[in-house]
Design a binder for this molecule. Sequence first.
Ligand code: B12
Length: 302
Amino acid sequence: MATAEMFLKTQRAAEALGVSASTVKRWVDQGMIQAARTQGRHRLIPLSEARRLAREQGLGFAKLEALVELGVEPVRGVDDRVLDLLEGHLREGRVRKGRALIESIYDSGASAVDLGDKVIRPVMARLGHAWQVGSIDVYQEHESTAAVGSALAELVARQDSGAEADGPLALGATPAGDPYTLPGLLCELVLREAGWRVRNLGVNLPLGSLASAVVEHRPKLVFLSVNFLVEPARFAAEFAALEAAVSSTRAGLIVGGRALDADLRTRLVYASHGECMAHLAEFANRIAGDRPAAGPASNQAP
Ligand code: B12
């Protein structure tokens, strides 16, 4: 995967990993971490190395801001305290802190899958519940969603910065009438992290237009996140046409999202369905090694 590498200074890497700076220095000097050096010979830890080590050593992802604010020892993995902290930032309008916390969770080793399934999904569910029972106003829900969206966009942009056009292409959107932005951004982040080139065509896209994009650009994977539907019957019909277009290019099609309940799924032509970002990552991984998408011209479009 050709993305620009990010580097952490020793102290930042230490905080992220929940160990002391001297431990990080020792790991570098023993060759356990491949580090670069500044002109002044200070160690620079590649983010990918910090992540690898976090996984290998079972360090989980300590949360920089959580540690600072809670004054506690490093937390291992995502736990309720971190979710509480993020929820608090968001519902109280501490937008900058909320964004910084999301970025720091990711920087300190969480995968995009975990960020989506174990952090953003539950925190947004809490906020949705708070709105439902009237303990927050709708403006707080909107502000929170915007904050999370901009943090995700920032993480996506980072993955994008050095990407060459060498990974397989994935293309995706949410359907007409669906305003939900976070799931699509998460799909994009998950796929970019896995080395895909991604064109996220955004929210509220008619499926016919998505089908045209598929035929024109020949992605290897197509993702569709379905979170709100005005007319499920119409969606089912349009989905059949999309599926035909995707099949004609021999790309893999995966759908997910809260609006795809069991009843609607039985009314859709067959396509892979995933419940969460972990399923998307697994699907992408499986098809990454498969045959390439069909060559140019096709007259089998919908
Ligand atoms: C933010 C939000 C909104 C925002 C969205 C803005 C935006 N820019 O995105 C706005 C204000 C538009 C909105 C509107 C509404 N909302 Co709303 N909203 C939410 C909220 C708080 C968060 C949604 C979110 O982004 N979650 C984060 C994502 C990442 O999590 P997720 O959706 O669970 O996604 C996971 C999976 O579905 C899966 N997945 C998703 N896509 C894909 C794709 C693939 C390929 C795969 C494999 C997997 C996958 O992976 C994700 C990560 O694990 C939820 C609460 C909640 N529980 O989530 C309510 C919620 C969904 N909304 C709700 C409601 C009722 C509404 C409205 C009807 C309110 C109204 N009366 O107007 C409208 C309807 C939409 C419309 N047309 O206006 C209810 C739905 C209840 C129900 N049973 O259907 C919820 C659950 C709140 C609640 N507790 O009552 N909403």
